[in-house]
Write a protein that binds this ligand. Structure first.
Ligand code: NAD
Length: 406
């Protein structure tokens, strides 16, 4: 296929997306093929409707997971990584992580190999979806989770192993502090580089989308040189790179007695445990959230539950010039091949992808059609069993209903 259909990037990092664009997809394992079969026509229909045939996606299948293992004997073939590097943007269904020692999750491998350092999870309540909250409509947040560092770096040694023992000795010798000899040891690296680029991305997003605030979420009261440093570096980045566009909460308190100037993005920070209370009690006060890896993992799932569960929560892993959009749930293997599960998460991830391409009209059509389909109480089994008067439909039918409402 011709190179003129490939996304490119200019010196300032801006994407150039041709009107007919090649996008690779990974179908995924378990229910992945059902989810993708429902999602693809929805995305194609939205693009056709929004641009009347002027814009078009040419899909190319790339392999990962069980299908790749079956066809080429590798769970994550090098060619798949090369294709994503070449085409820059990809979308994927969920992938199985085989259980067993030494097996790296394919999802983690993809993030690391492509340096997709921001895990982005928007959480916005869709009216009608069952939620445990009293005022779920107040939930409209987007999590920017650092994706490459922290305790996820994989620097861990088993209790009694030579490395664990050596590190315990080293700490005793060099620092005078005691760690029990039978302790397992893990390292939690968090760098200025890694924290800064994540916070930068969150602030850029907030400014481009006219959001009100960016909250740095950290446990810096306890882990001063990792999580505390994340907070310090976050504020430094905001001031050094975005001075004219931002005010810190502290500056607002000092200068205006608490009134937020409407034209400024507010930068604030919260300790993680307090933040878990805040998202439940005062969700309307929070908007874009930037946080280290472990905090982000917990908080994005908690937020998804507040807004109606993982079945409707989209996600993306974004680096500089590369992005992979994905359903946030797993493969739900029990339902594989039954055309049963909820394709909402993958469909909304597709809408995020259209946004990323700058095809906002098509993205809005997808989101709007999904909201209206749920409003009509046409939903898959997972939601139907919790919604009074709902019509339960198959996975593929949910996608078709969305297309009809576009
Ligand atoms: P899971 O998300 O597959 O399932 C958890 C529960 O949610 C199950 O009850 C399942 O039936 C339900 N569920 C999941 N997706 C649904 C959907 N779209 N609609 C309706 N119900 C849905 O998590 P798991 O069981 O812990 O993991 C299964 C496999 O998926 C494992 O191999 C795991 O490693 C993998 N996994 C992959 C990803 C990914 O690719 N990003 C994420 C999580 C888990």
């Amino acid at each position: 296929m011709s190179d003129k259909h490939i996304i490119s990037i200019d010196l300032r990092g801006e994407l150039y997306v041709p009107d007919t664009v090649l996008i690779p997809y990974i179908e995924g394992d378990g229910t992945g093929p059902d989810l993708w079969a429902a999602t693809r026509p929805v995305l194609d229909a939205a693009v056709a409707k929004a641009y009347g045939g002027v814009r078009k996606i040419l899909w190319i299948e790339i392999l990962a997971g069980e299908k790749a293992d079956r066809k080429v004997g590798k769970w994550l073939p090098e060619e798949t990584l090369e294709q994503i590097r070449k085409y820059r943007v990809a979308i994927k269904g969920p992938l199985t992580t085989p259980v067993g020692k030494g097996f790296r999750s394919i999802n983690v491998a993809l993030r690391q190999e492509l340096d997709l350092y921001a895990c982005v999870r928007p959480v916005k309540y869709i009216p009608g979806i069952p939620s445990p909250l009293k005022r779920p409509r107040d939930v409209d947040m987007i999590v920017y989770r650092e994706n490459t560092e922290d305790v996820y770096a994989g620097l861990e040694w088993e209790a009694g192993s030579p490395m664990a023992r050596k590190l315990i000795e080293l700490v005793k010798q060099e620092d005078g502090r005691q760690i029990r000899m039978d302790a397992g040891i893990g390292l939690k690296p968090m760098s200025r580089f890694g924290s800064t680029r994540l916070v930068r991305k969150a602030i850029q997003y907030a400014l481009e989308h006219h959001r009100k605030s960016v909250t740095l979420v950290h446990k810096g009261n306890i882990m001063k040189y990792t999580e505390g440093a994340f907070r310090t570096w976050g504020y430094e980045t905001a001031i050094a790179e975005f001075r004219d566009a931002v005010l810190t909460e502290e500056e607002i308190r000092r200068n205006t007695g608490g009134d937020h100037p409407a034209d400024k993005l507010v930068i604030k920070d919260r300790i993680t445990d307090a933040m878990f209370q805040q998202i439940l009690l005062r969700p309307a006060e929070y908007d874009v959230l930037a946080m280290p890896n472990l905090n982000g993992d917990y908080m994005s799932d908690a937020l998804a539950a507040m807004a109606g569960g993982l079945g409707m929560a989209p996600g993306a892993n974004i680096g500089d010039g590369y992005a992979v959009f994905e359903a946030t749930h797993g493969t739900a293997p029990r339902y594989a091949g039954q055309d049963k599960v909820n394709p909402g998460s993958l469909i909304l991830s597709g809408a995020m992808m259209l946004d990323y391409l700058g095809w906002k009209e098509a993205a809005d059509l997808v989101r709007d059609a999904l909201v209206r389909t749920v409003e009509a109480k046409t939903v898959t089994y997972d939601l139907a069993r919790q919604m009074e008067g709902a019509t339960e439909v198959r996975c593929s039918r949910f996608g078709e209903a969305m297309i009809q409402l576009m």
